[in-house]
Design a protein around this ligand. Structure first.
Ligand code: GLN
Ligand code: ZN
Length: 787
């Protein structure tokens, strides 16, 4: 490729230096450190073992190490301010002074303790609400705003971290949550009208950003990055107008660094012409996955004359090596569309683990296909060099990359002919139960003989310290497999005896053998990979290690039959088989990028279909396939949702449709916002669905029946996210409210979700009250029959 570098163009008003074209950068980086040092320091501080000073020192060391490694790898401009002790949206809340009233005293008394009080709550005050950062598995703390919110700039953290990096000699670019995204992610504060729109505060917020930008400029920032991922979602014309005004006004400021608006997770769509025309100096666009549409859209708006384009061509949310030649082709096209093209991962590297080279247990053949944060940083450096200096300067890297990609494509792991043939042979009949619901319901009533308003739970019982210790002992060799199995069997005995005594109708085995509802299955399926160090931040100090869907998926042997059969042998009452559904398996894993998600989902579904049939053959009359992630994986853009819901629903039905008419299929979903996917829930054709409903007072039951949902529903009557024990009266009231939406033959009685995070005394009392409430309402029904 020819070296396209000419005279580097500068934005008017900026005395920039003659920088070479095509530099490498990243928007953000994992925070935890190679051995989760940050987690240890933060939790140590909470426990009183680590002083505030020591925590700050650990944090500073981690930042230094990150910047040095990025710079050594060849990253030209390192990000600052993306680091956080808990969450970057909470940091933005501090920066704009939007401390909720209930936390102000704590923050004033001790800023660090107050910061964590906002994040985690205290005995006296509730924390900020936490929710998912777009469609990732990272959770942020939701800003709480109202008509009375008075913002006040506090640029301490962004300025200090910039100064730290500059003092170390790095070219650094502060990263802030953009003002539009900040307001669009906020919600009305407690006590504020639910229809209050935080975006209406924009005129109050802008001066605060202006002041932070001025402070950053004074501290030596040449560029600032404003993250605006909320603009890749469907936005109203009014919101788009706000975005246009914000970037016009920020652009018009005289005392500021150059502005790079970074967008990621999807295509920018209608917001692209707005940011392209705004008087700012740079725009970051995602060119991976569905966001690849940005390429054609950018050409349509005439490119970014006079601007710096940061091209996100390396997938920042996945663990696979990049196709360097393909990315170079994209970059070559982009060269014609912007003044300067820099190379970056598609989004912050926060969403991938730190370093693939530490995965010593992974087959070296397969390890070559993996790229975590460090490897991705190297990839963007390579691409930037190829772009700036010509492909002949990276021939070795290109050859190695070509060989790695070829080895992946040809591997027996990624291509199992038997799995592929089976997936290709799925017929429409395989995806639908042979018998319509009304007939199934009759057959199931006959087989199960359950009372009206049957009681059940969602699957897990408290995961006690002893259980976790037994698992740790097993891993460390202090306990042998037989000893471990004995512990599990004893736990199941207790859980079954407890449920019988409590008077529950459909029992569960309690899931004591499962470390995690995805990992447990991933470990047993061929084609799935576990990591040892692949931690990613879920929220605060909580990190998870998602397994990797690396190859074609098959099930060498039954995964759950043994313990389900054992549990059933201890009781006359039906025990529910318990599986994690295909969509949730994908949602909480790293997925393949070499085939459509729907193809991977179908493979997982076929493995689960075999498991379902094995459970049925082992005598299970009720089988639950959990899909808590169905709603959260919904694509960000409405236009992409029908396609997703089609393959997701089909995968669920492939897992469940093969059972006999008198085998009852349950499913379970958490989270309350089902409005958009009611039709898709119906299309799952599960006989019974349990849902979170306690906090919303059964609202979801009304929504479902209002939409004509014809099957049985268990709207939760026990909020398991809280240590509170619901009273008999409360549960009774909720059930009566449920009966206003559903006929008694279609109403089930259960908690909102699994009980694994609760303790035994709470579970004991809550389930006793739940069963009593069911009995009360049942007897009301037989005394005053309504149907
Ligand atoms: N069966 C699982 C449990 O009870 C479901 C968990 C979930 O919905 N997240 O733990
Ligand atoms: Zn749940």
């Amino acid at each position: 490729m020819a070296n396209n570098a000419g005279d580097s163009t500068r934005s008017p008003g900026f005395p920039g230096s003659a920088a070479p074209r095509a530099q490498a950068t990243v928007y953000g980086h994992p925070r935890q450190g190679p051995d989760r040092e940050l987690k240890k320091a933060v939790e140590g501080y909470w426990a009183g073992r680590v002083t505030a000073g020591a925590l700050y020192e650990t944090a500073a060391e981690l930042r230094r190490d990150t910047w040095r490694r990025l710079a050594d790898a060849g990253i030209h401009e390192v990000p600052t301010g993306d680091f956080s002790l808990y969450d970057h949206v909470l940091d933005a809340t501090v920066m704009v002074g939007a401390i909720p009233a209930r936390h102000r005293a704590a923050v004033a008394a001790d800023s660090l303790a107050g910061y964590f009080a906002m994040a985690r709550g205290t005995q006296e005050v509730a924390p900020l609400e936490m929710t998912k950062w777009f469609d990732t598995n990272y959770h942020y703390l939701v800003p709480e705003l109202g008509p009375d919110t008075a913002f006040e700039a506090d640029s301490t953290k962004p300025v200090d971290e910039l100064l730290e990096a500059l003092a170390l000699g790095h070219a650094a670019r502060p990263v802030l949550v953009g003002p539009v995204t900040y307001l669009l992610l906020a919600k009305p504060a407690p006590g504020v009208a639910a229809d209050f729109a935080p975006i209406t505060l924009i005129d109050r917020l802008l001066p605060v950003y202006a002041s932070v930008l001025a402070d950053l400029r004074a501290a030596g920032a040449e560029w600032v990055q404003l993250d605006e991922p909320a603009l890749v979602q469907d936005r109203t014309p009014a919101e788009l107008n706000v975005a246009a005004r914000v970037y016009r006004e920020l652009g018009a400021l005289t005392d500021r660094p150059r502005i790079l608006a970074a967008t990621y997770f999807d295509r920018l769509g209608e917001a692209l012409p707005i940011l392209a025309k705004a008087p700012i100096e740079g725009l970051g666009l995602d060119f991976t996955g569905p966001a690849a549409a940005n390429l054609a859209d950018l050409a349509k708006v005439g490119g970014l004359p006079g601007k710096r384009l940061v091209a996100g061509v390396v997938d920042g949310r996945n663990v696979w090596i990049n196709d360097l030649e393909k990315s170079l082709a994209t970059l070559a096209t982009l060269l014609g569309l912007a003044d300067r093209v820099d190379v970056a991962p598609s989004c912050s590297l926060l969403h991938v683990p730190l370093d693939a080279s530490r995965e010593r247990d992974v087959d070296p053949q397969i390890a070559r296909w993996l790229a975590f944060a460090r490897q991705k940083s190297t990839e963007v450096v390579t691409l930037a060099r190829g772009l700036a200096q010509g492909q002949d300067t990276i021939t070795a890297q290109l050859a190695a990359n070509r060989a790695d990609l070829a080895s992946r494509a040809a591997s027996a792991l990624t291509r199992d002919p038997a799995v592929r043939a089976r997936a290709a042979a799925v017929t429409a009949a395989d995806t639908r139960r042979a018998t319509p619901y009304p007939e199934r319901a009759l057959a199931q009533r006959e087989r199960l003989g359950l009372p009206l308003l049957p009681t059940t739970t969602i699957g897990s019982f408290p995961q006690t310290g002893e259980l976790r210790a037994a698992r740790a002992d097993l891993r460390a060799g202090r306990l042998d497999a037989a000893g471990y199995d004995e512990r599990i069997a004893a736990e199941i005995d207790d859980v079954i005896a407890f449920q019988e005594k409590a008077g529950l109708d459909v029992l569960v085995h309690g899931e004591p053998e499962r470390n995690d509802m995805v990992q447990y299955f991933a470990e047993q399926l061929t084609g799935y990979l576990a990591t040892r160090h692949g931690w990613v931040q879920s929220y605060g100090s909580r990190y998870v290690r998602p397994p990797i869907l690396a190859g074609d998926i098959s099930r060498p042997e039954p995964m759950t039959v043994r313990w389900t059969r054992y549990a059933q042998s201890r009781t006359e009452r039906p025990v529910k088989g318990m599986l994690t559904g295909p969509v949730t398996m994908l949602a909480w894993s790293f997925v393949r990028d070499d085939q459509p998600l729907g193809d991977t989902a179908r493979q997982v579904a076929l493995a689960l279909r075999d498991e379902v049939l094995d459970l049925e053959a082992a005598g299970a009359a009720v089988i639950q396939v959990d899909e808590p992630a169905l709603r959260e994986t919904l694509p960000l853009r409405a236009a992409d949702r029908a396609d997703y819901l089609a393959w997701a629903g089909e995968a669920f039905r492939i897992s469940t449709a093969a059972v006999r008419p008198d085998t009852q299929v349950h499913t379970h979903m958490c989270y309350a916002e089902f409005g958009e996917i009611l039709a898709a829930i119906d299309d799952l054709d599960a006989d019974v669905i349990s849902l979170e409903a306690a906090r919303s007072h059964m609202q979801v039951a009304h929504e479902l029946t209002g939409a004509g949902y014809p099957r049985a529903v268990g709207p939760g009557v026990y909020d398991i996210h809280s240590p509170r024990v619901p009273s008999i009266e409360e549960a009774t009231e909720l059930l009566r409210a449920g009966l206003a939406a559903l006929p008694p033959e279609r109403l089930w009685v259960n908690p909102d979700c699994g009980l694994k995070t609760r303790n035994w005394p709470e579970v004991h009392d809550s389930l006793a009250n739940l069963v009593t409430a069911a009995h009360t309402v049942r007897s009301e029904l037989t005394e005053h029959p309504t149907t």
